[in-house]
Design a binder for this molecule. Sequence first.
Ligand SMILES: [Zn+2]
Length: 260
Amino acid sequence: MTGAPLMAEMTWPEIEAAGRAGAVALWSVGSTEQHGPHLPVSVDHLLPVELSLRIAEHVHVVIPPPQPFGNRSHPLSGGGQGFPGTTSLRASTLITVVRDVVGELARTFDRIALVNWHAENVNLLYEGVELARESGGMDGVTVLVVDRVWNAFADAELDFLFADAGGFPGWAAEHAALVETSLMLALRPDLVREERIADDAAADSPFYELLPAPPSHVPVSGVLARASKGSREKGERLAAMLVERLAGALRDGLGAPPAP
Ligand SMILES: [Zn+2]
């Protein structure tokens, strides 16, 4: 079968042909991190891959296997490293993984896009790409990095999410909360333990971090804000907005061709 967007399911001649046709290698970088009692630890790499599959309906992309491990979880944005299942890399390891994978993809694709879904990875993708470029072999290759996907939207565009949920808690606390719960209900409802959706927050969420973190910075559930106002409808609307913005970025930034 040709044109399948998941690189893991493609043969090398199919991948080669996609690269020659100008397809974008659209790589998701996430984490394996607790997401409360109602979502699996894979949310941060499942969601961008699901969105990538929808993007593939609009622009020509090949989706390499996602990066499942991210930089270490911070207490105030992911609950920290204390939860079972949270499995992380030190920053230098992730930078090296990004450098190596981007360098490999660049042998076949001259358009590469990285989408990050884990707050603690911010700036590390850019660094890995720069190291790959310094290593050579990337002449004529353009890389697009989406570090903070929510920067795609003006605040007012997202008001519909939080209007009935007491307002926007800030992106650091939007972990395993309304946004990710809604997107999972829309994109992978089979993995949501709906009866376990709860509202929670750290007792204390200051603008600074403490090492070691006091217990007041880590909610017992791992949920950092209200999740109960999440819904499949909100998730579908937000997913469509994300697909539209990200597909637009691939067209504008990389000249991505339309889906074959
Ligand atoms: Zn997450």
